[in-house]
Each structure stands twice: as structure tokens, then as C-alpha cells.
Write a protein that binds this ligand. Structure first.
Ligand code: THU
Length: 152
């Protein structure tokens, strides 16, 4: 845990700044909660995702899974090194000064991406300001998970 993005390495700070900026690309007319995620891949490329909501609420997709779908399509089987995740809370009195952590479905998707590409995905979590959490392996957020090995 870090008190602010200024305590991160230059590379991590730059990735987090990209995630903060990309929250502008969210489509969140229902929740007004704009989430941005930016990944650095092991080949040096970056891939972004933002939440995409829908009038039929369950059809909406989180920023993290938009990102993973894009990464898988654009750079199939290329491992992800780090994903920075931030949010802009446009709700009345909404704040953005604490880190948010991926929802349960996104944890499942992140865990399978790690397994598939055989590399842990680091997560950098922070609002537009304030504390930053760095998690070394996204799968650690989902203990005792169900995965492909269970279907063998
Ligand atoms: N959301 C994300 O995109 N990622 C998260 O980690 C948590 C929640 C989105 C889903 C929905 O569009 C809005 O934030 C409010 O839940």
C-alpha cells in the first residue's frame, strides 16, 4: 500500500495516470461510475478498457473484462504484466480517493488470463487521487477458485 502515486516507480505511475485518464471513455449513463483500466503487456503494448453499461443492466460489462477481451483479440496469447485500474465517480457527492478492487466476475476472468498465459498479472488500484494498492497476482484475490483444471 502506498500513500500516493508519487511513491510508485515511474513506470507504474505512468500506467496509473493512463488509467485515470481513460475513465473519460466509460459509457456509464446509469451508475455514473466511470471505471478505466490500462494494461501493459509483456510485448510493450498497452491495451485499455472502460465499463460499458446497458439499459438492460446485466448486459453491461466492467472495464476489466472489456480490457481482457480486447487484449485477447489484439494480442492473442501475449501475457499481461500489469493492469492499472482507476475510476471517476460522477455521482453527486461521489469521491474518488480510495482504491477499488475488481468485482467477483472480473477476478474469475483475470485468474483465467493468468493461467492461460502462465504469468501473474500485477494490479495497481487507485482512485483519481489518494492511496494506491499494488497486488502482485490478480489470482490472489480469488482463493479456492474454480478453474479449467477442475474440468479435466
Ligand atoms: N465496474 C467496473 O467496471 N469495474 C469494477 O471493478 C467495479 C464496477 C463498473 C460496473 C458498472 O458499470 C459500474 O462500475 C458500477 O458498478
Amino acid at each position: 500500500m502506498y500513500e500516493s502515486s508519487n511513491d510508485l516507480t515511474a513506470g507504474d505511475k505512468a500506467l496509473l495516470e493512463k488509467a485515470r485518464a481513460v475513465t473519460d471513455k466509460a459509457y456509464a449513463p446509469y451508475s455514473h461510475f466511470h471505471v478505466g483500466a490500462v494494461a501493459k503487456l509483456v510485448n510493450g503494448e498497452t491495451v485499455s478498457g472502460t465499463n460499458q453499461e446497458n439499459a438492460s443492466f446485466p448486459a453491461g460489462i466492467c472495464a476489466e473484462r472489456v480490457l481482457l477481451s480486447s487484449a485477447s483479440m489484439l494480442f492473442k496469447d501475449v501475457a499481461i504484466d500489469t493492469i492499472a485500474i482507476s475510476y471517476h465517480n460522477h455521482n453527486e457527492y461521489g469521491e474518488s480517493s480510495h482504491p477499488i478492487s475488481p468485482c467477483g466476475i472480473c477476478r474469475q476472468s483475470l485468474a483465467e488470463y493468468e493461467e492461460r498465459t502462465k504469468k501473474p498479472i500485477r494490479l495497481i488500484l487507485s482512485g483519481l487521487e489518494g492511496k494506491v494498492f499494488v497486488i502482485e497476482k490478480a489470482g490472489d484475490l480469488l482463493p479456492l477458485s474454480f478453474g479449467s483444471i477442475d474440468m479435466k
